[in-house]
Structures are given as structure tokens and as C-alpha cells.
Design a binder for this molecule. Structure first.
Ligand code: FAD
Length: 646
């Protein structure tokens, strides 16, 4: 087999978004030699696209805020399916992580008295999002990168080599986590430009690869979000948790077609933007569900007063959690009250002066001007739901971020499950990745130090089979000779069919027959994907890259479809038309996906049968002191009777 470059590190971090960089900084500061790998250019990750801000209960704008209120909001947003210990740690530690960013050079917008400013967002009781205009993610990544450079300069002064203790491998894709028995031994990947294979040996691997949005046709996600980390963990033997919960952000662009799905930040509504249908009606007042009735305004007058006097008025219903707003928009369009291009209207032009719009929402102003020729200071935007975020992910230990069942494997950020339950609140992702990125880096470094005397062995057979798997698309012609063969398949076509299937059949509103149809289509696509063929050679070959991504997209799509079919209720980011209510019996149920072939050798499984096994597990009871933060009347809406009596 091909000669593969090999290097030894203590901790390998896969992904250079906020979670990956924060993990890498922590691991390096704890003394671990740390490598970071990312699929695109260093600095280009979803984190950089985050607009609205970082949720942290600092209480700068309303002193009533504290971690307990943030915890409550997060649990409500997730409809109580959150891994509660994660929600607790997140609410407690987020402010420290924001202040720490400031000490590393982040420049947040300020309040009049000079504190870090915080803005309103859906589902957050108080103004809580620390922000930098609508370009918060850019500042977050810039700051973390600056910190990495500072650490590398420190290392250079000591060792003469900038990369002796912290090195970034950019434009490299990891395709397998390698193991020594049950334990992690490193990763296998390829350089996207040269196609050269490489192995980084390490006792600890942190997966921080972000989301899965590219498995859906209409999405705010960019090209690299093909569920790689989710698939890497599955293939390494770790379970995925509650994959049915996919967030459809209520406001994506709907026009022109080439930009359909691009995000319109929630800050637009947080700063006063309102949603209207084709009759000009502010329809969200008709969609406040019972569980939120006492917290949201009933009239436009009350909703408008809230912006100036939040202590004596209830919030506008445009600021309900995202799942509620997305469903409402979907219903309005279905009822024939949509905008000309199949969305609804989002208006800031009649709500604030043009110069305020341009100052507070500069990216949105430019985005609409340049991509749709719409001046949002003078006319409304047209918006509709777009696949945005996955709440499901690698099942992890709340405190250490260790992936279940695979010693040495850690996960943080969007790729990890549990924290957000069935629905994430806006702003809670940036804080999640700082809090749990740090924890993952810390525990991965500690684990690696414990393995110092007995580092895991690298298995050459695994390396060979990872290389063979990666080369398979170049020999698709040969596969045609197999009895089950057909013509070689174009990976672009397979991607498109998969995205359309997930969008139409496992999208924002789900029905049993459609999900079954999706599973049948996925089975067909799995068979065809074995013949996904590419021409040419390994030097920058995007067709080959797509062919390799397909394995991951098919795995995560099957997880989403199977889990969505199994959960016969509607909760957060999972809406069943045939089971429209939330069912408290399902509150205590987690759905875990594992690989049908535990050796991770996908070729051995029958592609028609499916590759995923689904199991139910009972969630850990919520600690009584945390339950005591809620009124009993509220808990009754979420918990089953047995849980309440306990
Ligand atoms: P990412 O930032 O997504 O980074 C993933 C990294 O993994 C990348 O470096 C990628 O190249 C790498 N990678 C992936 N696969 C591989 C592989 N196989 N091999 C090697 N590397 C790989 N959240 C908020 O809290 N507030 C907001 O205002 C907000 N706004 C958003 C706006 C947009 C347009 C989008 C898309 C998301 C927004 N979110 C927001 C969500 C948030 O940005 C993401 O959930 C978060 O940034 C994910 O961070 P991460 O570190 O987990 O992964």
C-alpha cells in the first residue's frame, strides 16, 4: 500500500472552529503537544459566520440575569431533553469564557457605561448575547487564532520552532479515527491539494468538526459540513445521541434561488424586526404554544413596549425559540399567506431608522443589497426556514467531553450531542463551544499524559484499509464487474439526490410514510454510492472529495431518518404531523445510534439493510436542586407523572 507520512502528537484536534481552537489552546497550555487539522483554510469555519453573539449570563444590561436563569432558558428551549449537567456547566462557565476572550484581545460592543454589551435573542429571558455588531464569530475566531499565534511565538522562543508544540494542518480531511483495541491511536487523513495520505498518531483525539447541514438541500451550512465527525465517531464505535433533532432556522434567504438558505441572523428580530404575512399581519401572535403563553405578549402594543421596558411587559412572539417560529412560518406559507418567493416578510425598515439598521446589522444590509438587490432599510426581506444546526451528536460525558465507549476520544461543539436537548437557543452555540472546547482540551491532555508510558500502537492493517477505502472511487469501473454492479455513479448526482431526499422527506415537518420512503431511498443511494466513481488523480480533485464525503452523509442521514421515525412525538427540532404533541413519556428517552457492524468495516455490511442500529435509553433524572429552579406548574408541562412524583 501507499507510503503514508506519519507524525506523533499527544493530542490531535480535528476541526478548527471555535470548539477545536479552544480545545487546542487548552491542551497546549496543559503541556500536550497538540496538532489541529481542518478541512478548509485555517480561520474558515462556521464559527466565523456566526453573527448574533455569545450567550452568557453576565448581567451587564439587566442585572436580573444569572446562571440559573440561563440554565432555565436553555432547558425550556431544549424542551427538557438537554443533558442537564451540560446545561448547568454551560450556564455557569459561559461568562468566564467571554471575559477570558476579552483578556486575549477580543473587542466586544460596549454599553454606555463601558461594559460588554448584550443583546436580546429568542428564548433568552434577558439581553444576554455578547456581540460585535453582527460579526461576532469573526471576532471570536480572530481572537482564538491570535492566542494560538502567541503560544507558537512562546514555543519558538523556547525551542526555536514555532510548531514544536502546536501545529495547524489546514486543508486536510480526516477520514478515519485509528484504534489500538478499544483505545484511540490516532487519525488517518489526506491533504486536499496533493491527495497525499498522512497519519497523526496520538493517544487522544478531539472531534470538533461542526454540523451536518449539507445533507439537506436548503441550508445555511457551507460545503464542509457533511457530518464527518459524527461519522468518524460512529465508525470508531462511539454512539450518536438524539440525531432526530435538527434545527431549521426560521429565517434564511428564499430569493434568488442561488442564495436560498443563506442565514438571516436572529439579531434582526432581537433588535426589533417583525414577521408579517402577505396580508400584512404580524402572525406570530397566533402561534404562541401553551407552554410559553404566560411569557409572551398578546398584543402588538405590549410587544413593542417590551423593547424599552422589558421588566413590565412580555416579549414579542417573534422571539419565541427557533423551532416555534420556523413551524409558524411554514404554516403561513402552506396556508397561502406567504411572500412572492415562498417565504414571509421580515421587516426592519419600518421599525428603526436607516442609519441604525446599517450600524447594528451591517452584514445583513450588505448581504441583501449584494445578493438580492434588496435595501433592508427601505423594504422588507423575504425569509423562510433553512436547515441550520444539529442538536444530535456524539454522546459525551458532560464533565469531561469524553465520547462514550472509546477511551481517548473526545468531542466538543456542534458535533457533540446532549447540551441543547431538542432545540438550541440562538447564541448558545458559541458559548457551548468555548465551555466544552476548553473542557475537551483539558481532559484530552490529561488523558494523553496518563498514557505517556504506554502509548497506543499503530496498526498498519488499519492504515492500509483506510487508504484502500479512500482510493476506492478511483476503481469504480472495476466494481461494475460485480454481480450487483451498474454504471459508475457521479458523486455530484448522489449528493444532490441525498440532499433533496432529506429536505423533502425528513425536513421541518415529518410524516411516517415519508420517512420510510427516505430510508428506502437512502438504501438505494448506499448501493449506488459504492459505485461512486471519479476520474483523474489525487491532486486537487473535488469530485473525489465529494465521493469520500458521501459515506459520512449517508451515515448521518440514516441516523436522522431512523431516529425521527422512532420518536412518535413532536419536540423541539423534531415535528411529526402524525404525532403533533409533545409526549411527556418521551421526555425521559434518549435515542442512541450505533454502527450495525461494530468493526467499522462498512464494506462488510449489506448496504440495502442499513448500517445503523437504534437503541433507547432512559435519561438521567434531573438533579433536584436544578428542578427546584422551576415552578411546579411549569414542570407539569414537561415531565411525566412518575418523574414528578419522584
Ligand atoms: P465549526 O466552526 O463548524 O468548525 C468545524 C471545523 O471542522 C472546521 O474547521 C472544518 O473545516 C473542520 N472539519 C470538518 N470536517 C472535517 C474533517 N473530516 N477533517 C478535518 N477537519 C474537518 N451560533 C451562535 O451561538 N451564535 C450565532 O450568532 C450563530 N450564528 C450562525 C450563523 C451561521 C451562518 C451559521 C452557519 C451558524 C451560526 N451559529 C451561531 C452556529 C455556530 O456558528 C456553529 O454551531 C458553531 O460555530 C460550530 O462550531 P464548531 O467549533 O463546533 O464547528
Amino acid at each position: 500500500m501507499s507510503v503514508v507520512d506519519r507524525q506523533e502528537w499527544d493530542v490531535v484536534v480535528v476541526g478548527a472552529g471555535g470548539a477545536g481552537l479552544r480545545a487546542a489552546i487548552e491542551a497546549r497550555e496543559r503541556g500536550a503537544r497538540t496538532a489541529v487539522i481542518c478541512k478548509s483554510l485555517f480561520g474558515k469555519a462556521h464559527t466565523v459566520m456566526a453573527e448574533g453573539g455569545i450567550a452568557a449570563a453576565m448581567g451587564n444590561v439587566n442585572a436580573g440575569d444569572n446562571w440559573q436563569v440561563h440554565f432555565r432558558d436553555t432547558m425550556r428551549g431544549g424542551k427538557f431533553l438537554n443533558q442537564w449537567r451540560m446545561a448547568e456547566l454551560h450556564a455557569q462557565e459561559a461568562p468566564q469564557r467571554v471575559w477570558e476572550l476579552e483578556t486575549w484581545g477580543a473587542l466586544f460592543d460596549r454599553t454606555k457605561d463601558g461594559r460588554i454589551s448584550q443583546r436580546n435573542f429568542g428564548g433568552h429571558e434577558y439581553p444576554r448575547l455578547a456581540h460585535v455588531g453582527d460579526r461576532t464569530g469573526l471576532e471570536l475566531i480572530r481572537t482564538l487564532q491570535q492566542k494560538i499565534v502567541a503560544l507558537q511565538q512562546e514555543d519558538h522562543r523556547e525551542t526555536g520552532d514555532y510548531e514544536s508544540r502546536l501545529k495547524v494542518f489546514q486543508e486536510c480531511t480526516v477520514t478515519r479515527v485509528l484504534k489500538d483495541g478499544r483505545q484511540v491511536s490516532g487519525v488517518f487523513g489526506y491533504e486536499r491539494e496533493s491527495g497525499r495520505f498522512f497519519v497523526l498518531q496520538a493517544p487522544a483525539v478531539v472531534i470538533a468538526t461542526g454540523g451536518i447541514g449539507k445533507s439537506f438541500k436548503v441550508t445555511s451550512n457551507s460545503w464542509e459540513y457533511t457530518g464527518d465527525g459524527h461519522a468518524l465517531a460512529l465508525l470508531a464505535g462511539a454512539p450518536l445521541l438524539n440525531m432526530e433533532f435538527v434545527q431549521f432556522h426560521p429565517t434564511g434567504m428564499v430569493w434568488p434561488p442561488s442564495v436560498k438558505g443563506i442565514l438571516v441572523t436572529e439579531s434582526v428580530r432581537g433588535d426589533g424586526g417583525v414577521l408579517r404575512n402577505s396580508d400584512g399581519k404580524r402572525f406570530m401572535f397566533d402561534y404562541v404554544p401553551d407552554v410559553f403563553k404566560d411569557k409572551y405578549a398578546e398584543t402588538e402594543e405590549e410587544a413593542d413596549r417590551w423593547y424599552d421596558d422589558p421588566d413590565h411587559n412580555r416579549r414579542p412572539p417573534e422571539l419565541l425559540p427557533r423551532d416555534e417560529v420556523a413551524r409558524a412560518i411554514n404554516a403561513e406559507v402552506k396556508e397561502g399567506r406567504g411572500s412572492p418567493h415562498g417565504g414571509v416578510f421580515l421587516d426592519v425598515s419600518t421599525r428603526m431608522p436607516a442609519e441604525v439598521v446599517q450600524r447594528r446589522l451591517p452584514s445583513m444590509y450588505h448581504q441583501f443589497k449584494e445578493l438580492a438587490d434588496v435595501d433592508i432599510t427601505a423594504e422588507p426581506m423575504e425569509v423562510g426556514p433553512t436547515c441550520h444546526y444539529v442538536m444530535g451528536g456524539i454522546a459525551v460525558d458532560s464533565d469531561t467531553a469524553a465520547a462514550r465507549g472509546v477511551p481517548g476520544l473526545y468531542a466538543a461543539g456542534e458535533v457533540a450531542g446532549g447540551m441543547h436537548g431538542s432545540n438550541r437557543l440562538g447564541g448558545n452555540s458559541l458559548s457551548d463551544l468555548l465551555v466544552f472546547g476548553r473542557r475537551a482540551g483539558l481532559h484530552a491532555a490529561q488523558y494523553a499524559a496518563e498514557q505517556a508510558g504506554r502509548r497506543p500502537r499503530l496498526d498498519d492493517l488499519q492504515v492500509d484499509s483506510a487508504a484502500a477505502e479512500a482510493l476506492r472511487p478511483f476503481s469504480a469501473e472495476a466494481e461494475v464487474e460485480e454481480p450487483s454492479g451498474g454504471p459508475p455513479e457521479n458523486p455530484y448526482t448522489l449528493h444532490q439526490e441525498l440532499q433533496q431526499t432529506m429536505n423533502d422527506l425528513v425536513g421541518i415537518i415529518r410524516r411516517e410514510p415519508e420517512m420510510k420512503q427516505a430510508l428506502e431511498k437512502l438504501a438505494e443511494l448506499r448501493v449506488r454510492a459504492r459505485r461512486a466513481g471519479v476520474e483523474g488523480h489525487r491532486q486537487f480533485n473535488p469530485g473525489w472529495h465529494l465521493a469520500l464525503d458521501l459515506r459520512n452523509m449517508l451515515l448521518v442521514s440514516e441516523c436522522v431518518a431512523r431516529a425521527a421515525l422512532e420518536r412518535t412525538e413532536s419536540r423541539g427540532g423534531h415535528t411529526r404531523e402524525d404525532h403533533p404533541s409533545m409526549d411527556s413519556k418521551w421526555r425521559a428517552v434518549n435515542l442512541l445510534c450505533t454502527l450495525a457492524d461494530p468493526t467499522g468495516g462498512l464494506a462488510a455490511t449489506d448496504p440495502v439493510r442499513g448500517q445503523i442500529v437504534l437503541e433507547r435509553e432512559t435519561t438521567e433524572p434531573i438533579r433536584p436542586d436544578l428542578l427546584a429552579l422551576f415552578e411546579k406548574e411549569e414542570l407539569v408541562k414537561y415531565l411525566a407523572e412518575e418523574e414528578l412524583s419522584e
